[in-house]
Design a protein around this ligand. Sequence first.
Ligand SMILES: Cc1cc2nc3c(=O)[nH]c(=O)nc-3n(C[C@H](O)[C@H](O)[C@H](O)COP(=O)(O)OP(=O)(O)OC[C@H]3O[C@@H](n4cnc5c(N)ncnc54)[C@H](O)[C@@H]3O)c2cc1C
Length: 512
Amino acid sequence: MHYPRKSYWHESANQIKKTLNKSNENINNKRFDILIIGGGLAGLTTAYLLRDSGYKIGVIEGSTIGYGTTGFTTAKLTVQHDIRYRYLLDGFGINKTKQYLKANEEGLNLIREIIKNNNIDCEYKDQTAYVYTTKEEEVGILKDEFEAYKRLQINGFYTENLDLPIKTLGAIGIKDQGQFNPLKYLYNLYNILLDSSVEIYENIRALNITPHSEKHMINTDKGDIYANKIIVTTHYPFDNDFGLFFLRLYQEKSYALAVKTHENPFEGMYINVKDPTYSLRYHYTDKGNFLILVGGNHRVAVKDNEEDSYNELENFLKENFKNYEIISKWSTQDCMTYDKIPYIGNISNNVENIYVATGFNKWGMTGTAAAALILKNKILGIKDDYSEIFDPSRITPILSAAEFFPTGAVIASGFMKRIKPSSTEFPDIEFGEGKIINYNGRKIGFYKDEGGGFFCINPVCTHLKCAVSFNDAEKTWDCQCHGSRFDVKGNILEGPAVYPLEKIKIDFPDSY
Ligand SMILES: Cc1cc2nc3c(=O)[nH]c(=O)nc-3n(C[C@H](O)[C@H](O)[C@H](O)COP(=O)(O)OP(=O)(O)OC[C@H]3O[C@@H](n4cnc5c(N)ncnc54)[C@H](O)[C@@H]3O)c2cc1C
């Protein structure tokens, strides 16, 4: 598979990953006690925790391990999830908020323990996490959040002095958090699992699940697998029959730069209070230190020119750093929930022994580790005191029309684009450009590659039939409703879609 996207983490970690010889193995009719679908941090951490449970465990990954969101993250390990605790206290009360905090603290401890116990070299470093503001009108928000810390006995502090090249007006810090290279960590987990009884398969995409009282059937693109218990850690759940996640999640996209700067690196990991948000930290390696800068957030596929987001980040660099050199840039997206709390637990009240972990709201480093602990406990029948708030079947007290309707509007416009006629037929098109054209009364997605060849697809997402639009910055077809992404030939890069875009053959006029 061709990956148009790579992050600095791939360049630095790919050589660690051991070779998997299972890609040609026939999986049809394989049986497992537990099948984990999706090999990102959520899936592999869960497999790690269950590896010695005595269950026969399989992991299937739709593409190659490390190419989901985990391979493109900022990799801050913290319970400071921007401004979160005042909101949780107001909406969910102290007991549930404590659950959220405890689960993420346990997640952070688990990551540290895994690194220590397995001697994993993943450039882990203890760090202080900060949320800061540069605006007078946001100082009150920070102070309110700090009051929430006090109520929750979070060991935080308020400061007006930050070691940043940005003029800030206040910040809250939490010491003893961490950062690492997420792929060095993920690939080490994977290597440990290869040496265990867990069976891992790449390039096997789950298409749907047929529940059964004894063994559920998982229909994949390489045959059917049977399992007593299923854990769906595919980032966005792929089977629309369970949990109605397509109504309860949206995807938000962000852009990242890895940058060599000539300033002395600052200590700490930072994010500001409100949009436009910039998340930044230095990453320290024995080959040098560089800045990771992330921002340009927007809902998936609503932006006409995604290059603007990279430009926005570069403007931030120009304003705040004297000399710099961008060494890598990438973008990625995460699943967001309307109440800002992930869904972890039974996928639906209507079915047993199918579990899910999704909706990490861009805080899925500690979040996926917390999910792995919760799912392990559920599978092994262990009670814990922090999982209730994450129950996927919860009725959210905070979900309001104001929060829900913007998504409704984005999705409606995704459907409208499908039926809105396109004005162009065989337009002038540059190499490396993609456009929607009219061909014999039908809309076609049309891409001209660097060699002058054309690839034509039906620009309708195979997930729930929204329109896809061309992403110039990354040469992909992106769905604005639920965030599925396809390469120029229509192959899946990211779910929830499980089928590629339909390829279309067209006859070109001689003059073209
Ligand atoms: C820009 C950005 C910055 C972030 N920074 C931070 C941060 O600093 N700290 C933090 O805590 N969190 C951060 N996050 C969030 C965090 O990176 C994610 O929440 C986390 O990586 C999600 O992990 P996952 O295992 O759920 O998903 P993924 O890593 O996406 O793994 C899911 C896997 O499932 C596979 N898959 C999908 N569909 C199928 C199918 N049908 N069959 C089989 N396999 C399938 C995919 O190929 C993929 O490999 C950030 C997110 C973004 C977008």
